[in-house]
Design a protein around this ligand. Structure first.
Ligand code: G3H
Ligand code: 13P
Ligand code: NA
Ligand code: ZN
Length: 316
């Protein structure tokens, strides 16, 4: 069956690597994720956002994840798979996911006041733990690309809050904000310049205050330049798309960061191969052909991440 994240995180923190958390919304994404993770012997978290639930239906996605567990078993692989709610925003939604069989949920109360975040997160933890479901909370708000000053200090996690938050809420892991953001446009950089480094000083201070506690990094796509170039070469228009370098992610994975969230890179891989395929095969109209090409690329991308960036390959 599905696994919760407790054991995965314990091993990852001690082993100096991170568990990949890949978002999925459809069959091909899920097949690619679990196939790549089975073939690299990597534990994996498959996660479902609010957008994914609206698109594909929560029940459908849950059965797909359960089917993926079966498929992996039939492949002869033994890897733990967690089904996680990404960015849950209410107690009701988290309860509904717990009741229906998700093994892990995130309650993202980071937009509320500190006290409200603590109270909401605590309620989710009480309910989830009674059902052996693990809970991810969040402190600090991920920077949005629209922010004029994209390194606005107030949005970073305040290390002085983490110990109190973890103790009062009982969460199993904590998402933090150290300079990443969601999507494909994470940093405004001028031609030829490097994006600013993540705030590893804040991460170090957090680790000092809650040693060995599992930390989660959202907004961790690298926005793979090859995919952006391919998309633009085949009629797309993604100018100035920039992500987090693999070097920065490797450093994070070696720390108490034990879950790294990746969605945008998968979207870019799919779009790049679909655009390329359709441009090169104008007479083709079988979705299995272009989605098959996309799925193949996704498998390659995920193996690469597990093996060379997160360090989760061989850890199942
Ligand atoms: O946290 C954001 C994830 O990439 C999910 O995005 O809400 O468009 O599915 P989404
Ligand atoms: P990316 O947009 O960088 O892939 O981040 C995904 C994420 O954090 C999902 O919760
Ligand atoms: Na780690
Ligand atoms: Zn996120």
């Amino acid at each position: 069956g599905l696994a919760n994240t407790r054991e995965m995180f314990k091993k990852a923190v001690n082993g100096g690597y991170a568990i990949p958390a890949y978002n999925f919304n459809n069959l091909e994404q899920l097949q690619a994720i679990v196939t790549a993770c089975a073939e690299t012997s990597s534990p994996v978290i498959v996660q479902v956002s609010k957008g994914a639930r609206d698109y594909a239906n929560q029940t459908m996605l849950r059965y797909m994840a359960m089917g993926a567990v079966e498929m992996v078993r039939e492949m002869g692989a033994q890897i733990p798979i967690a089904l996680h709610l990404d960015h849950g925003d209410t107690l009701e939604l988290c309860k509904s996911c717990v009741d229906s069989g998700f093994s892990s949920v995130m309650i993202d109360g980071s937009h509320h006041s500190y006290e409200e975040n603590v109270a909401l997160t605590r309620q989710v933890v009480e309910y989830a733990h009674a059902h052996d479901v693990t809970v991810e909370g969040e402190l600090g708000v991920l920077a949005g690309i629209e922010d004029e000053v994209q390194a606005e200090h107030s949005t970073y996690t305040r290390p002085e809050e983490v110990e109190d938050f973890v103790q009062k809420t009982g969460v199993d892991s904590l998402a933090i904000s150290i300079g990443t953001s969601h999507g494909a446009f994470k940093f405004k950089v001028k031609e030829g310049e490097e994006p600013p480094p993540l705030r590893f000083d804040i991460l170090a201070e957090i680790e000092r205050r809650i040693p060995g506690f599992p930390i989660v990094l959202h907004g961790a796509s690298s926005v793979v330049p090859e995919y952006v170039e391919l998309i633009n070469a085949y009629g797309g228009k993604l100018e100035g798309a920039v992500g987090v370098s693999e070097e920065q992610l490797r450093r994070a994975a070696a720390s108490a960061v034990c879950k790294i969230n990746i969605d945008s890179d998968g979207r870019l891989a799919v779009t790049a191969r679909v655009r390329e395929f359709l441009a090169n095969n104008p007479g083709e109209f079988d979705p299995r052909k272009y989605l098959g090409a996309a799925r193949k690329e996704l498998i390659k991308l995920i193996k690469h991440k597990n093996e060379t960036v997160l360090g989760s390959a061989g850890k199942a």
